[in-house]
Design a protein around this ligand. Structure first.
Ligand SMILES: Nc1ncnc2c1ncn2[C@@H]1O[C@H](COP(=O)(O)OP(=O)(O)OP(=O)(O)O)[C@@H](O)[C@H]1O
Length: 491
């Protein structure tokens, strides 16, 4: 199944996923148990009429008592199961926390932070905490089940006492023979056990159907809305992007990151997006890539709302270098091309343009070298800057018609950054490009600069225009260049 990206950051959804998986995977819950119990009920339904006829002949009142006590025990059982279900969110939340802490403790990727910051203790205490709460919830559920079972036992005792007292009374004062006594007691016991089991099976089916209902609801809710008659992406080399009066706040948050925000990026234009930390630059990229949708307003590419495109086709249009680079335990070639079949010329070009060529040439197996040590003990770990170059190579290899780079030079050394700027034209090759960087020296390679603050486009224009404006951008630029000059003076 697929789900919108926004749900992947929602803890409730992560809980629902675990519950949904349990419903379909665990043979003792969900679909599996419902099928099992349905067969068991169908198999014993014939016995019901035989028992009823025999006991009714003896005493309709006894039959009523039998049915009533079994029904009562059914209701008690349902109540316990309903309580168990009402605690499932708490249960899965604690389970997730516990699993997260233990898997982080054993994840090599966190090894550095765990050792340097002594994270072992906090992770361990979090795990112990969630395990403790997990135990408490389980205890509360078991307590409820215990109370129900005790009540059920009392009912069973009452039922048996009534039945046997009546049978004994009938033997002593009535005309019931010993053989009839044996026959009726076996019939009544078997009927009680049969009804008890059947009612319990029904209660299990009833409760598990609720879980299945939750699962269905989960599937319906999380499945992204299908776009009916998606519009084909216009075939062209250059694309115009418009953010038209968009407002956006993250799910489960009241704070608007953008409010009535508008911005146009003309075909083939390179736009630098600038702003302080938390201004919303990356959020704008997430909106443009369709990972999130604006709460109001429209994002258009060549005049068409991006929601009207087929999502996969639209994503093909974009080459994005994200701020947080993810490396996979595949070889370098696969980490760049994300495919088994690859275009060697394109691969080599991307590697060269991103500045990764020398590094790869220094490796015995070149692009076939595995990355990370998760699956291969000889796998390599690249430096932060090299990973960044790999992410750029990835975006170049993809060759999307719109290029988005979110802080692509943050980990690059000054030389590599300069080389990247020098080959900027080649990299972008006339495409519409969005460039986010805190290093304002990069803005000189861009046609326009957008300065974002408080969810608004505060300033927009060329570098010279904004410097002349002598306001937010100019202030930030001057502060940065002052430091650069001071650095030079120290050097
Ligand atoms: N998944 C999220 N859920 C809720 N709030 C978020 C989420 N991601 C980001 N935010 C909030 O949105 C605001 C904008 O974040 P964003 O990452 O877009 O800023 P930015 O301008 O790219 O910052 P930086 O320069 O530090 O990279 C921040 O205040 C952040 O706390």
């Amino acid at each position: 199944m697929t789900m919108d990206f926004l749900y992947t950051e929602d803890p409730d959804t992560l809980n629902d996923i675990n519950i949904a998986l349990d419903t379909v995977q665990n043979p003792m819950s969900g679909v599996g148990i419902v099928i099992l119990k349905l067969f068991s009920i169908l198999g014993s339904i014939i016995g019901f009429f035989g028992f009823v006829t025999i006991i009714f002949r003896l005493s309709p009142v006894i039959l009523m008592i039998l049915i009533l006590t079994v029904l009562l025990s059914y209701l008690i059982m349902v109540k316990a199961k309903q309580y168990e279900r009402s605690r499932k969110d708490d249960l899965y939340k604690e389970k997730r926390e516990s699993i997260y802490s233990s898997s982080t403790l054993s994840d090599f990727q966190f090894g550095k932070d765990i050792r340097v910051y002594g994270l072992k203790n906090i992770l361990f205490s979090k795990k112990v905490g969630s395990d403790k709460r997990l135990l408490e919830i389980t205890k509360e559920i078991q307590n409820q089940i215990f109370k129900s079972s005790t009540l059920d036992g009392i009912l069973f005792f009452i039922r048996e006492s009534v039945i046997y007292s009546y049978l004994i009374y009938k033997v002593i004062y009535g005309n019931l023979s010993i053989s009839d006594f044996v026959m009726y007691s076996v019939a009544m016991n078997s009927f009680a056990i049969w009804m008890d089991t059947t009612m319990k099976d029904i209660s299990i089916i009833r409760i598990q159907s609720l879980y299945i209902g939750d699962f269905r609801e989960f599937l319906n809710k999380k499945e992204p809305k299908k776009i009916l008659n998606p519009i084909n992406i216009p075939k062209t080399e250059k694309y115009k992007i418009e953010f038209d009066n968009i407002s956006f706040k993250y799910p489960n948050s009241e704070r608007y990151i953008f409010k009535d925000f508008s911005l146009v990026i003309n075909p083939g234009e390179r736009l630098a997006i600038v702003g302080i930390n938390g201004a919303g630059k990356t959020t704008l990229v997430k909106l443009l890539t369709g990972l999130y949708s604006p709460n109001a307003g429209e994002i258009r590419v060549n005049g068409i709302n991006i929601n009207k495109f087929n999502k996969e086709e639209y994503l093909d249009l974009l080459s994005v270098v994200f701020q947080d680079i993810k490396i996979f335990p595949f070889n370098i070639r696969e980490n760049i091309s994300f495919s088994n079949t690859f275009d060697e010329i394109k691969l080599n070009e991307s590697i060269e343009q991103s500045g990764l060529k020398d590094k790869i040439q220094s490796l015995e197996k070149g692009v076939e070298t595995n990355m990370l040590k998760i699956l291969d003990e000889e796998g390599i770990e690249l430096s932060g800057g090299e990973n960044q170059k790999l992410a750029i190579a990835r975006a170049l290899y993809k060759n999307g018609k719109i290029l988005i780079m979110d802080e692509p030079t943050a980990s690059l050394d000054a030389l590599a950054e300069n080389r990247l700027y020098e080959s900027f034209d080649k990299l972008i090759s006339g495409k519409t490009a969005i460039y986010i960087s805190h290093r304002l020296s990069s803005t000189r390679f861009c046609d326009k600069i957008a300065f974002i603050e408080n969810g608004q486009l505060q300033e927009y224009g060329t570098h010279d225009e904004l410097m002349k404006l002598d306001s937010l951008y100019a202030n930030m630029f001057n502060i940065q260049s002052r430091y650069y000059k001071e650095d030079k003076a120290y050097a």
